[in-house]
Design a protein around this ligand. Sequence first.
Ligand code: SAM
Length: 317
Amino acid sequence: MNTSLRILLWLNDRFSMPSTPPRGDPDSYSEWEFQVAKDLYEEWYRSLVSFDRKFILDVGIGLGGNTVYYSLQSQQGQVHGIDINAWHVRQAKRFAEKKGKSENILFELADAASLPFADGTYDIVISNQCMEHFPNPWKSLGEMRRVLKEGGMALLEFPPYYSAKGAHLYDHIKMPWCQVFFSDATLVAGVRAIGRARAQCMPPSQKEAYLKYTETQVDQFLRWVNKMSLCRFRRVLYRSRGWRMIVFQKRPSSTKTRPLIYLPFLEEFFVTSIRLVLQKRSTEHITCFDFVREDIRWGIMSLRNFANRVLGRLRAV
Ligand SMILES: C[S@@+](CC[C@H](N)C(=O)[O-])C[C@H]1O[C@@H](n2cnc3c(N)ncnc32)[C@H](O)[C@@H]1O
């Protein structure tokens, strides 16, 4: 065992397990996605755009929980969901049937970088937790733009690579920002060592399945995490023509770290997710002023919220 792997394992023991989505059965995961979409809709989408009577495309559906929730909000509309993983598409279909939703929802196996839909089909395109996975994010964003109607909206949300859990290895490696301090080879060796150690304590019937799951995690990290940092994502947006930026919100993990997300360089590590709303406008393109404007807007809003909280406490005294 080399020194960096030893340091990783030693440090890892000093951290507690972060909260992770339910891994047990597929239906619990789909249900968890359904709840996440509900929270996102109530907190964010609802105030931006109505889903009712809209033609919506969900790109990268996972196990379909999000998509099924959107179809509930689009009673008179139509929702399509695509994913590159055939098993995900099958589970999404099963979950939709379980929820009694199959009339205004359609799932298809497809690559985000080559969508099998005509130009200008959709009113809204949504892609949650995917920009950090697409092998070709620029092309995928271009495809989302192509299938949107002029004036249609793209709603995106994802965690940048250098955020605390950005390596997506949290099922095994508890240490936050592990990808900042260790090489890919050390992380892979770490996941395998942790997987083996955990499997040792399991009954023989579960051992093999857990070791297989550990290998899936390694594969996921090496093949399906594209290392999309904030800086790289801004470059993707500059290159993508024909968008108007409506929202670019950097979100911190806690109010204490919020000031750090407005500082160059440190933002890479303290922004836990990005929420982005783009509108298809053929004659426009995104410039650096859009990012500055959005930082000022959200900065002022959080200062105002902070001031209100302080005033509230003072009044209570
Ligand atoms: C983390 S899941 C997100 C699922 C869901 N949107 C959510 O927020 O819970 C990422 C999904 O993107 C899919 N994906 C990755 N690359 C893709 C591609 N090129 N085209 C379509 N789907 C892709 C994966 O199969 C996976 O289901």
